[in-house]
Write a protein that binds this ligand. Structure first.
Ligand code: PYC
Length: 306
């Protein structure tokens, strides 16, 4: 029997499953190199941890690995129902909230670079993300069954197509989750023909709560929507606003999700162009225990969801 210890949490509604013990050794090296080994040799562990019958399509998994960077306290690799993620903002907040014995500020090596996370007095966690930047101010996409869609492409640890002009521009609501998911899936498929880097689609509308700046809907690569405002998506959005001159260094931006949860963000200009975003959100532990994988169970390594 294979046993994996885990801690589940949610950050603004979006779940993270952190595996703390039992994952195979990935051979060391940089976290990016260990992620390559994970994807090549241990993809069945990814499925077993986050896919049905133990998980579900919304769940983001995280494993702890030894870092190679001299300043890093830990290495983390994030993954979902279809593969590995470069970075994950809500997941980083979830990992820090799940490990109370970590120092109050930790330096984390991810496959796409170094992220710093700090615990705040109110239980929130602030993450200073990898350099985030605008990649294309405007791309036009012909989407079968929908027509012409225009968006910006920005990087915030993952690559986002950012769309302000869409059928829910006047209001993003949980009522429309199914329709927005179908729309974003079609847009993502077509967007990848234009720019294969795009892995998430993010729609924006006015916030519901006064004092917030925007409400979003984020479709993830595995076909599920982010229940949180999406840490990497908010980073990409802030990089875009900054590039357009609509956000200044240090200005606080409040991004609301389709579920109503909020991340606050701020940026500082990066010397190499783009910005360094800091995103703040709160995570709660929801479960802890042990996953067991019985080698005689035909579905023990998870159901392939795509
Ligand atoms: O918070 O960065 C994030 C994220 C990526 C995918 C799901 N959540």
């Amino acid at each position: 029997m294979i046993l994996l210890s885990f801690i589940d949490s949610h950050t603004g509604g979006e779940p993270t499953r952190l595996v703390t013990h039992g994952f195979p050794n990935l051979g060391g090296g940089t976290v990016a190199e260990q992620a390559t080994v994970f994807a090549r040799d241990f993809d069945h562990y990814r499925r077993a941890i986050v896919n049905e019958p133990r998980g579900n399509d919304v769940l983001v998994g995280a494993i702890l690995v030894p870092p190679s960077h001299p300043d890093a306290n830990l290495g983390v690799i994030f993954f979902n129902n279809v593969g590995l993620l470069g970075m994950c903002g809500h997941g980083t907040i979830g990992v820090v909230a799940s490990l109370p014995d970590l120092p109050d500020t930790v330096v984390i090596e991810t496959p796409v670079g170094i992220v710093t996370a700090s615990r705040n007095a109110d239980k929130s966690v602030s993450i200073t993300n990898v350099r985030s930047y605008l990649m294309s101010e405007s791309i036009d996409i012909a989407v079968p069954g929908i027509g012409a869609v225009t968006g910006a492409v920005a990087y915030g640890g993952n690559t986002f197509l950012l769309i302000t002009d869409h059928p829910w521009s006047s209001g993003i609501s949980m009522r429309d989750v199914r329709a927005m998911t179908q729309y974003c899936e079609a847009v993502l498929l077509a967007a990848r023909q234009v720019d294969p880097n795009v892995d998430h689609v993010e729609l924006f509308a006015a916030p519901e709560v006064p004092g917030n700046d925007s409400r979003n809907f984020v479709l993830c690569p595995g076909g599920q929507y982010d229940r949180s405002p999406c840490g990497t998506g908010t980073s990409a959005k802030l990089a875009w606003l900054h590039a357009l001159g609509k956000l200044t260094d240090g200005e606080v931006y409040r991004q609301e999700s389709v579920t109503g949860s909020v991340f606050t963000g701020q940026v500082v200009s990066h010397p190499d162009g783009g910005v360094t975003p800091t995103i703040t959100g709160t995570a709660f532990v929801t479960a802890r225990g042990e996953l067991s994988i019985d080698p005689t169970d035909d579905l023990g390594w998870g159901i392939v969801s795509e």
